[in-house]
Design a protein around this ligand. Structure first.
Ligand SMILES: [Zn+2]
Length: 100
C-alpha cells in the first residue's frame, strides 16, 4: 500500500483534516449500520411430508433462486445456528461466505 499523502505541519490545517476524517468515519459507520439492518437473506423452505422436520436452503441477495430477502445477516446466522443441518447455505450464493 502506498504511503498516505504528506500532511501539513501547522495545527490549524491538521485540525481541519482531523475533523474532516471524523465526519467521514461517522458517515461510514452510519452507512454500515444501515446496511447491516437491511434484509438481504431468505430461506427457501423445502416441501415436507407430514411429520418431517422443516428444512430449507438459505440464500443471499443476488441469488437466482426464488424468494425475497426478508432476513438480516444476523437473523440468517441465528437460523443457521438454531436449525443446525436442517438449513443449509445455498451453494450458488453462499450466504455470508462470499468475498466482498
Ligand atoms: Zn442462493
Amino acid at each position: 500500500m502506498a504511503d498516505p499523502s504528506p500532511l501539513p505541519n501547522d495545527p490549524a490545517r491538521l485540525h481541519a483534516i482531523a475533523r474532516y476524517l471524523e465526519l467521514q468515519l461517522a458517515a461510514v459507520h452510519a452507512a454500515l449500520a444501515e446496511a447491516e439492518q437491511r434484509p438481504r437473506w431468505w430461506v427457501q423452505w423445502a416441501r415436507r411430508r407430514e411429520g418431517e422436520a422443516r428444512h430449507g436452503l438459505l440464500h443471499e441477495e443476488g441469488c437466482w433462486h426464488p424468494g425475497e430477502p426478508m432476513l438480516t445477516a444476523q437473523q440468517g446466522q441465528a437460523l443457521l445456528a438454531e436449525y443446525g443441518g436442517r438449513i443449509l447455505r445455498c451453494e450458488v450464493c453462499r450466504p455470508g461466505q462470499r468475498r466482498t
